[in-house]
Design a protein around this ligand. Sequence first.
Ligand SMILES: Nc1ncnc2c1ncn2[C@@H]1O[C@H](COP(=O)(O)OP(=O)(O)O)[C@@H](O)[C@H]1O
Ligand SMILES: [Mg+2]
Length: 315
Amino acid sequence: MIRFRNIVKSYGSARAVDGADLEIAPGELCVLIGPSGCGKSTLLRTANRMVEPDSGEVFVDGRPVREHPPEELRRGIGYVIQSVGLFPHMTVGDNVAVVPRLLGIDKGEIAGRVDRMLELVGLSPEWSSRWPRELSGGEAQRVGVARALAADPPILLMDEPFGSVDPLTRVRLQREFLAIQRRLHKTVLFVTHDVEEAIRLADRIAVMRSGRILRHATPEEFVATDAEDFVGEFLGLEYGVEILSRRRVREVLRPAAEIGSDPGAPSIRAEASLKEALGLMAARRVECLSVTDGEGRRAGSLRMEDVLGTWKACP
Ligand SMILES: Nc1ncnc2c1ncn2[C@@H]1O[C@H](COP(=O)(O)OP(=O)(O)O)[C@@H](O)[C@H]1O
Ligand SMILES: [Mg+2]
C-alpha cells in the first residue's frame, strides 16, 4: 500500500533520510520508532509530498506519489500531528468538516459524518459547536483524529499524535485508537519515540537510526534481538516484560476444571494483560493467580510458567 524505496533527503550537508526502505501492507499499523532527529518525520512527510526526496521514490498503491498533485494527496491521506493544528477560528465541527468540504461532499452528508466521527473518537455531537480553545489536550487530540478520518482516507500518517498529553490520557487515546483501527483497518504509518506506545499499537515496528530503517518486524520478532546491538539497546531490557501487555490472561489460562481450586491465590480478571498478571505475581510473591471472568466467577488459574511459556510461540 505504501512503499518507500531508497529515500534520501538532505538539508544542507546533513542527510535527514539516508537511503530508507520500508513497505507497509494494506491495513497494517506500522510504528516507526527511533531516536529524536533520526529522520522519522522527514520520511513520513515524503508520503504526502510535504517533503520532496532528493532521490528515491514513494509508491502509494503501486503508483509513484510524484504523479499525484500534492493537494490531492493531502486530501486522500489523513494526517495527524502532535500539536493537532486545529484551526482556532473554526468550531470543532467545522474543523472535522474541512476535508469533506474541500472534496465537495454535500452539506447534509457532512453534518452526519461530523457527528459519526466525533462519536468514533468518544465525543458526543454537542462537542461540534465548541471552540478549540475550550478543549483539553486529550480532547483536542481526539478531534485531530476525527478530522483525519472524516474523509475516510485509506491511509493515515500520524506523527507523534499523542506526544503532548499526560500519560493516563495517552494510554486512553492509544486504546481508543486501537479500537478504531480494529474496525476501520486503515493503512497507518505511526511515528513515535516511545517504546511502550510502539509495543501497544504496532502490527509491525520499523526501527530507524541515522536516516535508515534498520529493522522492520512484528513486535514479537524483536524479542530475540541481541540486547547489545543498537536495536536491542534502543528497545531496552524492559521490552521482554512490556510485550506481555499485548496478550490477555484468557489466552493462556488453565480452565478451572483441569486443575481444581487454588485457595488463597490472588485473583485477576481474564481480560487483564499478562504484563499485569506478572506484576501481580511479583507484588504478591506468588507463582499462581486465580482468574475470574467478567461476572467475577472463577474461570481458571494462571501460572508463572504459562506466562513465560508464551515466549515459546515467538521466533
Ligand atoms: N526543514 C528542515 N530544514 C533543515 N533541517 C531539517 C528540516 N527538517 C528536518 N531537518 C533535520 O533533519 C534531521 C531529521 O529530522 P526529523 O525528520 O524531524 O527527525 P525526527 O522526526 O526523527 O525527530 C534533523 O537533524 C533535523 O534537524
Ligand atoms: Mg519528528
